[in-house]
Design a protein around this ligand. Structure first.
Ligand code: GLU
Length: 500
């Protein structure tokens, strides 16, 4: 790339960081870092009715959690381009200056239509089978008409006037050649609202130009906005940046764009955090939503992704959100992680957690918790998907004596001789009552019980699995015995013996 790359992620603080936002942020981040460019965070908060409290903060926190950072933004201003919030830029008159220029040059005009009139117009169009569009009723109106409207106390919006039958076309990094005709864009559009706030399509052009943005990577839902923005670039005599419209994320069930109303799908970044996903796994997962590197490999660290990222491989087709794949990917990261690191991550997750799986364990003293988690991880690192799964197992082990196991499944099973079951349980109890308390000892003790009694295979292991976990199928049972204290092991054996 010859030019110095400047890209931006420009969220509207209207809610929590959604996976679709995160996807835009992530591709901008990969683009900036891959080309040694600059990543800008700009807050598009001009739609004051839709802004939510802490929306901006949530964006920042969740981006940080994902490992996405930026070089310029509200908290890291470069004086050449600041401020980075559109509301502040508006207060400085940055947008209105250009609105005035467009008015003066005849590219824009005041529209005094009332909301009722506009609604009536659209109704009529719908009734005639036309697509709703602004019919240009205030274009070219006389000064007297405008004065009369002002005298009635009406406040105008300012509309951009499209030239007739004009093609807007661009070569999109992801979509290839795209073109729109000005006659099919819904008519002259509002660039300044009656309260003096610029609209998105206008402010974004002024900002991308004045912040010297070279590449605009954003969701494909903005494709139909791009010709409107190009019209403004053209009117102001500015070059437009290179566009890349990132594929939308689809729900595989509805085969439609993922919707915030799809309640069965986790789709906010804070939910991934809350449910014990690892940020680097989510980063990896999102990078594959609408893009893929050459070859079959799917696990890439953020650093590796920065290196192999190639914008020419952005896809055009929608990206299907696959929860199973996300779980699988998270599991791969868990499997590959150093036990000490994984223990620390799980501890932190428990300590920060707001859901029951985390809160339960917050009652365990820190030293004890650390040992409990390390042992649980030792048993389950290969079979869990999330930190939450680890915490659930740990809590089950911690509260084992409060649980009621259902022993009837073996008592009533003809394949198991009750006398044999009791012999196994008693045999093990004797061995451990007078022996060590670690995994190796327990493993050896079980083997010896097998030898002493001549009972082997599932007749040996099913009863023991049931005694210590409440289920006949369990991972290495001697590892689980070592999670509990020896007293607990003996108590669990006694309870089952009593049931037989
Ligand atoms: N504020 C817009 C959004 O959140 C940004 C679109 C753009 O990147 O131009 O969708």
């Amino acid at each position: 790339m010859d030019q110095k790359v400047r890209v931006r992620y420009a969220p509207s603080p209207t809610g929590y960081l959604h996976i679709g936002n995160a996807q835009s942020a992530l591709f901008n981040y990969l683009f900036a870092r891959h080309f040694n460019g600059t990543m800008v965070l700009r807050i598009e908060d001009t739609d004051t009715k839709r802004n939510v409290n802490a929306g901006e903060e949530s964006q920042r926190e969740n981006l940080h959690w994902l490992g996405i950072d930026w070089d310029e933004g509200p908290n890291k201003p470069n004086p050449k381009y600041a401020p980075y919030r559109q509301s502040e830029r508006n207060e400085q008159g940055i947008y209105h200056k250009y609105i005035q220029e467009l008015l003066d040059k005849g590219y824009a005009y005041k529209d005094y239509s009332t909301p009722e009139e506009l609604e009536e117009m659209r109704e009529r169009q719908r009734a005639n089978g036309e697509a709703p569009h602004y019919d240009g009723r205030w274009y070219g109106r006389s000064e007297e008409d405008q004065k009369a409207a002002e005298a009635q106390g009406l406040k105008p919006t300012i509309r951009f006037h499209f030239p007739e039958d004009h093609e807007y076309e661009w070569d999109d990094i992801a979509r290839g050649h795209v073109s729109f005709n000005s006659d099919n864009l819904g008519g002259d559009f509002i660039i300044e609202k009656s309260d003096g706030m610029p609209t998105y399509n206008f402010a974004v052009v002024v900002d991308d130009h004045s912040m010297e943005i070279t590449h605009v990577l954003r969701g494909a839902d903005h494709i139909s906005n791009t010709p409107k923005q190009m019209a403004i670039y053209e009117a102001l005599g500015w070059d437009h940046p290179t566009f890349c419209h990132i594929p939308l994320i689809f729900n595989p069930k509805t085969r439609k764009k993922l919707s915030k109303r799809d309640k069965d799908t986790l789709q906010f970044i804070n939910e991934y955090k809350k449910h014990g996903y690892l940020p680097e796994a989510i980063f990896n997962f999102i990078a594959f939503l609408g893009w893929s590197p050459v070859g079959e490999r799917e696990i890439y660290s953020p650093e590796e992704l920065i290196k192999v990222y190639d914008p020419d491989r952005m896809s055009k087709a929608p990206a299907y959100f696959d929860q199973k794949k996300m779980d699988w990917m998270n599991a791969q990261y868990i499997k590959d992680m150093d036990v000490e690191e994984l223990t620390k991550r799980t501890m932190d997750w428990v300590n920060d957690g707001e859901i029951d799986e985390a809160k339960n364990l917050q009652s365990v003293p820190a030293d004890e918790l650390k040992v409990l988690l390390a042992k649980t991880i030792h048993v389950h690192q290969r079979d869990v998907n999330t930190l939450m799964d680890i915490a659930k197992h740990a809590w089950d082990y911690y509260t084992v004596l409060d649980q009621q196991f259902d022993y009837s499944q073996l008592v009533d099973d003809d394949k198991f001789d009750n006398a044999e079951v009791v012999a196994v349980l008693n045999g093990l109890k004797d061995k451990i009552a007078n022996g060590g308390d670690d995994e190796d000892f327990y493993s050896q003790a079980i083997k010896e019980v097998g030898k002493d009694t001549g009972i082997k295979g599932r007749n040996l292991y099913f009863p023991l699995n049931l005694a210590f976990t409440g289920s006949t199928s369990a991972p290495q049972i001697y590892e689980i015995m070592a999670i509990y204290s020896k007293d607990t092991d003996i108590e669990l054996l006694d309870r089952m013996i009593a049931a037989f």
